[in-house]
Write a protein that binds this ligand. Structure first.
Ligand code: SF4
Ligand code: SF4
Length: 222
Protein backbone atom coordinates (compact mmCIF):
# COMPACT_ATOMS: atom_id res chain seq x y z
CA UNK A 1 0.00 0.00 0.00
CA UNK A 2 2.73 2.42 0.97
CA UNK A 3 4.63 2.10 -2.36
CA UNK A 4 1.45 2.53 -4.50
CA UNK A 5 0.74 6.16 -3.63
CA UNK A 6 4.01 7.63 -4.94
CA UNK A 7 3.59 5.80 -8.32
CA UNK A 8 0.09 7.22 -8.74
CA UNK A 9 1.33 10.69 -7.88
CA UNK A 10 4.16 10.34 -10.37
CA UNK A 11 1.74 9.50 -13.19
CA UNK A 12 -0.28 12.67 -12.51
CA UNK A 13 2.91 14.70 -12.47
CA UNK A 14 3.95 13.28 -15.85
CA UNK A 15 0.65 14.22 -17.47
CA UNK A 16 0.59 17.75 -16.16
CA UNK A 17 4.18 18.88 -16.08
CA UNK A 18 6.45 16.87 -18.37
CA UNK A 19 7.03 18.18 -21.92
CA UNK A 20 7.41 21.59 -23.52
CA UNK A 21 4.75 24.31 -23.30
CA UNK A 22 3.22 23.52 -26.75
CA UNK A 23 2.78 19.87 -25.94
CA UNK A 24 1.20 20.58 -22.57
CA UNK A 25 -1.21 23.02 -24.26
CA UNK A 26 -2.20 20.31 -26.73
CA UNK A 27 -2.71 17.95 -23.82
CA UNK A 28 -4.88 20.51 -22.01
CA UNK A 29 -7.05 21.15 -25.11
CA UNK A 30 -7.34 17.47 -25.74
CA UNK A 31 -8.33 16.84 -22.12
CA UNK A 32 -10.91 19.64 -22.25
CA UNK A 33 -12.32 18.25 -25.49
CA UNK A 34 -12.61 14.81 -23.96
CA UNK A 35 -14.41 16.22 -20.91
CA UNK A 36 -16.73 18.22 -23.17
CA UNK A 37 -17.41 15.13 -25.27
CA UNK A 38 -18.19 13.10 -22.15
CA UNK A 39 -20.53 15.73 -20.69
CA UNK A 40 -22.38 16.13 -24.03
CA UNK A 41 -22.63 12.35 -24.25
CA UNK A 42 -24.01 12.12 -20.72
CA UNK A 43 -26.56 14.85 -21.47
CA UNK A 44 -27.71 13.01 -24.62
CA UNK A 45 -27.98 9.72 -22.72
CA UNK A 46 -29.93 11.41 -19.90
CA UNK A 47 -32.27 13.15 -22.36
CA UNK A 48 -32.92 10.04 -24.43
CA UNK A 49 -33.46 8.12 -21.20
CA UNK A 50 -36.06 10.57 -19.97
CA UNK A 51 -37.79 10.61 -23.38
CA UNK A 52 -37.79 6.81 -23.35
CA UNK A 53 -39.17 6.77 -19.80
CA UNK A 54 -41.85 9.26 -20.79
CA UNK A 55 -42.66 7.00 -23.74
CA UNK A 56 -42.81 3.92 -21.55
CA UNK A 57 -45.03 5.76 -19.06
CA UNK A 58 -47.32 6.73 -21.94
CA UNK A 59 -47.32 3.13 -23.23
CA UNK A 60 -48.22 1.80 -19.78
CA UNK A 61 -51.00 4.31 -19.26
CA UNK A 62 -52.35 3.71 -22.77
CA UNK A 63 -52.97 5.94 -25.75
CA UNK A 64 -55.96 8.28 -25.65
CA UNK A 65 -58.00 7.74 -28.83
CA UNK A 66 -60.53 10.08 -30.47
CA UNK A 67 -64.22 9.56 -29.69
CA UNK A 68 -65.83 6.62 -31.45
CA UNK A 69 -62.87 4.31 -30.82
CA UNK A 70 -64.38 1.34 -29.03
CA UNK A 71 -61.76 -0.95 -27.51
CA UNK A 72 -58.06 -0.61 -28.30
CA UNK A 73 -57.69 -4.00 -30.08
CA UNK A 74 -60.65 -3.26 -32.34
CA UNK A 75 -59.28 0.19 -33.09
CA UNK A 76 -55.78 -1.08 -33.92
CA UNK A 77 -57.13 -3.75 -36.24
CA UNK A 78 -59.02 -1.17 -38.33
CA UNK A 79 -57.07 2.10 -38.16
CA UNK A 80 -55.04 2.85 -41.32
CA UNK A 81 -53.17 5.80 -39.76
CA UNK A 82 -54.51 7.82 -42.71
CA UNK A 83 -54.84 10.91 -40.50
CA UNK A 84 -58.20 11.91 -42.01
CA UNK A 85 -59.56 12.41 -38.49
CA UNK A 86 -56.67 14.72 -37.69
CA UNK A 87 -57.37 16.78 -40.81
CA UNK A 88 -61.04 17.42 -39.95
CA UNK A 89 -60.63 18.13 -36.23
CA UNK A 90 -61.55 21.82 -35.77
CA UNK A 91 -59.96 21.87 -32.31
CA UNK A 92 -56.64 20.46 -33.60
CA UNK A 93 -56.40 18.02 -30.72
CA UNK A 94 -55.68 14.94 -32.82
CA UNK A 95 -52.04 14.17 -33.60
CA UNK A 96 -50.12 11.02 -34.60
CA UNK A 97 -48.69 8.85 -31.82
CA UNK A 98 -44.94 9.43 -31.57
CA UNK A 99 -42.38 6.63 -31.87
CA UNK A 100 -41.21 7.47 -28.35
CA UNK A 101 -44.75 6.91 -27.05
CA UNK A 102 -45.46 3.59 -28.71
CA UNK A 103 -43.45 1.61 -31.24
CA UNK A 104 -46.49 -0.51 -32.02
CA UNK A 105 -48.95 2.26 -32.75
CA UNK A 106 -46.73 5.13 -33.91
CA UNK A 107 -48.53 7.22 -36.53
CA UNK A 108 -52.03 6.29 -35.41
CA UNK A 109 -54.22 9.09 -33.99
CA UNK A 110 -54.19 10.15 -30.38
CA UNK A 111 -55.69 13.10 -28.54
CA UNK A 112 -53.51 15.76 -26.96
CA UNK A 113 -54.99 18.33 -24.60
CA UNK A 114 -51.78 20.33 -24.35
CA UNK A 115 -53.39 23.36 -26.00
CA UNK A 116 -57.03 22.60 -26.63
CA UNK A 117 -59.86 20.26 -25.70
CA UNK A 118 -62.31 18.08 -27.62
CA UNK A 119 -65.64 19.85 -28.17
CA UNK A 120 -67.34 16.56 -29.09
CA UNK A 121 -68.26 17.81 -32.55
CA UNK A 122 -67.92 14.16 -33.71
CA UNK A 123 -66.49 15.18 -37.11
CA UNK A 124 -63.62 12.70 -36.72
CA UNK A 125 -66.06 9.82 -36.30
CA UNK A 126 -67.88 10.74 -39.52
CA UNK A 127 -64.77 10.83 -41.73
CA UNK A 128 -63.14 7.56 -40.64
CA UNK A 129 -63.15 5.25 -43.72
CA UNK A 130 -62.85 1.98 -41.80
CA UNK A 131 -65.08 2.57 -38.76
CA UNK A 132 -62.05 2.43 -36.49
CA UNK A 133 -63.88 5.47 -35.13
CA UNK A 134 -67.55 4.55 -35.12
CA UNK A 135 -70.04 7.30 -36.01
CA UNK A 136 -71.57 7.43 -32.53
CA UNK A 137 -73.79 10.17 -31.13
CA UNK A 138 -72.27 12.90 -29.01
CA UNK A 139 -74.14 11.62 -25.95
CA UNK A 140 -72.42 8.24 -26.38
CA UNK A 141 -68.89 9.65 -26.49
CA UNK A 142 -66.56 8.54 -23.73
CA UNK A 143 -62.98 9.39 -24.60
CA UNK A 144 -61.38 8.67 -21.24
CA UNK A 145 -61.51 9.57 -17.58
CA UNK A 146 -59.82 12.52 -15.95
CA UNK A 147 -57.59 11.92 -12.97
CA UNK A 148 -56.39 14.51 -10.47
CA UNK A 149 -52.62 14.21 -10.09
CA UNK A 150 -52.38 14.76 -6.35
CA UNK A 151 -48.59 15.13 -6.48
CA UNK A 152 -49.00 18.10 -8.85
CA UNK A 153 -52.43 19.61 -8.14
CA UNK A 154 -52.02 22.84 -6.14
CA UNK A 155 -54.87 22.33 -3.60
CA UNK A 156 -53.71 18.75 -2.98
CA UNK A 157 -50.30 20.20 -2.11
CA UNK A 158 -51.88 22.70 0.27
CA UNK A 159 -51.70 25.63 -2.15
CA UNK A 160 -54.54 27.68 -3.60
CA UNK A 161 -55.59 27.99 -7.24
CA UNK A 162 -58.60 29.26 -9.17
CA UNK A 163 -60.15 25.76 -9.44
CA UNK A 164 -60.29 26.18 -13.20
CA UNK A 165 -60.87 22.45 -13.66
CA UNK A 166 -64.11 22.36 -11.69
CA UNK A 167 -65.40 25.66 -13.06
CA UNK A 168 -64.77 24.61 -16.65
CA UNK A 169 -66.27 21.11 -16.63
CA UNK A 170 -69.52 21.17 -18.64
CA UNK A 171 -70.58 17.83 -17.14
CA UNK A 172 -70.21 18.74 -13.45
CA UNK A 173 -67.82 15.84 -13.16
CA UNK A 174 -65.50 17.55 -10.66
CA UNK A 175 -66.45 18.14 -7.04
CA UNK A 176 -64.51 19.83 -4.25
CA UNK A 177 -63.99 18.38 -0.81
CA UNK A 178 -63.90 20.34 2.46
CA UNK A 179 -60.30 21.37 1.78
CA UNK A 180 -61.08 22.63 -1.72
CA UNK A 181 -59.34 19.66 -3.34
CA UNK A 182 -60.85 18.44 -6.64
CA UNK A 183 -62.24 14.92 -7.08
CA UNK A 184 -63.44 13.32 -10.32
CA UNK A 185 -66.91 11.81 -10.55
CA UNK A 186 -65.93 9.07 -12.98
CA UNK A 187 -69.54 8.25 -13.86
CA UNK A 188 -70.00 11.77 -15.28
CA UNK A 189 -66.60 12.41 -16.89
CA UNK A 190 -66.41 11.93 -20.67
CA UNK A 191 -62.71 12.79 -21.00
CA UNK A 192 -63.17 15.94 -23.08
CA UNK A 193 -60.06 17.56 -21.60
CA UNK A 194 -61.51 21.01 -20.88
CA UNK A 195 -60.34 20.69 -17.28
CA UNK A 196 -56.79 19.89 -18.44
CA UNK A 197 -56.67 23.04 -20.54
CA UNK A 198 -58.19 25.06 -17.67
CA UNK A 199 -55.65 23.83 -15.09
CA UNK A 200 -53.39 26.75 -14.26
CA UNK A 201 -50.27 24.58 -13.93
CA UNK A 202 -48.03 24.42 -16.97
CA UNK A 203 -46.94 21.08 -18.37
CA UNK A 204 -43.61 20.16 -19.91
CA UNK A 205 -41.88 16.97 -21.04
CA UNK A 206 -41.23 15.90 -17.46
CA UNK A 207 -44.39 16.98 -15.65
CA UNK A 208 -48.06 16.78 -16.43
CA UNK A 209 -50.71 19.29 -15.46
CA UNK A 210 -52.60 18.86 -12.21
CA UNK A 211 -55.26 16.86 -14.02
CA UNK A 212 -54.81 14.37 -16.87
CA UNK A 213 -57.23 12.34 -19.01
CA UNK A 214 -56.39 8.64 -19.23
CA UNK A 215 -57.97 6.02 -21.50
CA UNK A 216 -60.82 4.17 -19.81
CA UNK A 217 -59.08 0.80 -20.05
CA UNK A 218 -55.67 2.08 -18.91
CA UNK A 219 -53.97 1.07 -15.68
CA UNK A 220 -54.57 4.58 -14.33
CA UNK A 221 -57.83 4.89 -12.40
CA UNK A 222 -60.04 7.88 -13.02
S1 SF4 B 1 -64.95 15.09 -31.73
FE1 SF4 B 1 -64.39 16.94 -32.90
S2 SF4 B 1 -63.04 18.11 -31.52
FE2 SF4 B 1 -63.18 16.02 -30.69
S3 SF4 B 1 -61.41 14.93 -31.55
FE3 SF4 B 1 -63.15 14.53 -32.93
S4 SF4 B 1 -63.02 16.13 -34.52
FE4 SF4 B 1 -61.71 16.79 -32.78
S1 SF4 C 1 -62.41 15.59 -18.85
FE1 SF4 C 1 -62.54 17.15 -17.25
S2 SF4 C 1 -63.92 18.72 -18.11
FE2 SF4 C 1 -64.21 16.87 -19.36
S3 SF4 C 1 -65.92 15.80 -18.42
FE3 SF4 C 1 -64.05 14.99 -17.45
S4 SF4 C 1 -63.75 16.22 -15.60
FE4 SF4 C 1 -65.22 17.33 -16.92
Amino acid sequence: MSDQKPKHKARIERNEIVGDSNNSQHKEISRRDVLKFISVGLAVVALSGSVRLAGLAQERSGILRPPGAMDEDHFRSLCLSCNKCQEVCPQEVIRPVKLTESLETAGSPTLSFAKNYCNLCMECTKICPTDALLPIRQSEARIGIAKVMAERCAPWLGNSCGHGCAHSCPFDAISMDGQNRPHIKSELCVGCGICVVACSLSANQFFTKGIVVFPIDSSEPG
